[in-house]
Design a binder for this molecule. Structure first.
Ligand code: Q46
Ligand code: ZN
Length: 314
């Protein structure tokens, strides 16, 4: 098969668009897609200080690399979530940290590292046993990204969410008719009192495209999946999406694009209903005098005081 744009042999076939491309034209299309997304949704400009949330996985590593390559003012933030840390260097979070540290060194890039286990006494997914691991972990990650961005004066937090992540979340939100999530799901969340602006520049690229970009550009990434991911509902929804896409190529892309149009027409992005400030971190709270994260952390402290220990259960 030949590349759609030149005579070279195609090295990737994007089935959703019936598009065979050589390496160079794939990379060009990838970069153009990201640039268009940044400009269409007014995500940031050359003068903005960007904090990129990196996990060590292919999506966030591709984003970090590309923003550096495009000359943006970027600092990466890696949160060591403490997953598998009892296994030492071969544990999931420590291995991801190694990939991120080495890449920062190679690129001469700025990197901030936070360690949840050391700071809060438990791995992020186990901070609250009443929640699912991914829910507790998500609360911790969002809180830490936001507080570092606010404290250190970053203009925007960029994450590597891809099209697969978005359509998966969207399907889940529709299945639950979760109005508040449907209202807030968008490529940009504007800054509000106490909350940093958040953007998703890879939102129109699939996991497959991010993987190919990493391979073609020689970007290292941690290949293992989080041990908690297996049980997550999202994995099931991603499988369902793979089947839909198999029968009807291009559906993911159209579904998300049309959702955005629908939303722009009928929904206004809702402002968060701020109730006060957290007495520990001063971030806005949606209820009471502690933010969701610090409510969770209080529980951890109480458990440590009463002698309960955290066991990693996977
Ligand atoms: S790291 Fe955390 Fe993810 Fe692992 S525990 Fe779930 S949310 S799956 S992106
Ligand atoms: Zn707080």
């Amino acid at each position: 098969m030949r590349c759609r744009n030149c005579e070279s042999k195609a090295q990737i076939y994007l089935r959703s668009f019936n598009l065979p491309l050589c390496k160079n034209h794939f990379i060009q299309r990838y970069i153009d897609t990201v640039k268009k997304t940044i400009s269409k949704f007014k995500m940031f400009s050359e003068n903005d200080k960007i904090l990129v949330a990196v996990s060590g996985g292919k999506d966030s590593m591709a984003l970090w690399y590309l923003l550096l390559k495009l000359g943006y003012k970027v600092t990466a933030l890696y949160i060591n979530l403490g997953i598998g840390n009892e296994k030492g260097e071969s544990g999931y979070s420590n291995m991801s940290e190694k990939v991120v540290r080495e890449f920062a060194k190679r690129m001469g890039a700025d990197l901030i590292i936070e360690n949840v286990l050391e700071k809060y006494g438990a791995p992020a997914p186990l901070l609250d046993r009443k929640r699912t691991p991914c829910s507790a972990c998500g609360i911790a990650k969002r809180h830490i990204f936001n507080s570092i961005a606010m404290q250190r004066g970053y203009d925007v937090v960029a994450t590597g969410h891809n099209l697969d992540d978005e359509v998966t979340a969207l399907l889940g939100n529709i299945l639950r008719w979760d109005e508040s999530y449907l209202k807030s799901q968008y490529p940009v969340l504007h800054a509000e009192d106490g909350f940093a602006k958040k953007v998703k520049p890879l939102i129109f690229l699939t996991e497959k495209e991010n993987l190919a970009f990493c391979m073609f550009e020689g970007i290292p990434f941690h290949h293992d999946e989080c041990p908690f991911a297996q049980g997550a509902t999202n994995i099931t929804l991603k499988r369902i999406w793979a089947q839909i896409e198999d029968f009807m190529p291009g559906t993911k892309y159209r579904f998300f694009r049309e959702f955005l149009k629908f939303k722009e027409k009928y929904f206004k992005l809702e402002e968060k209903k701020i109730q006060g400030k957290c007495k520990v971190c001063n971030q806005p709270t949606l209820a009471g005098d502690l933010c969701t994260f610090h409510r969770m952390i209080e529980k951890v402290k109480n458990k440590i005081i009463t002698g309960e220990h955290f066991q990693q259960s996977y």
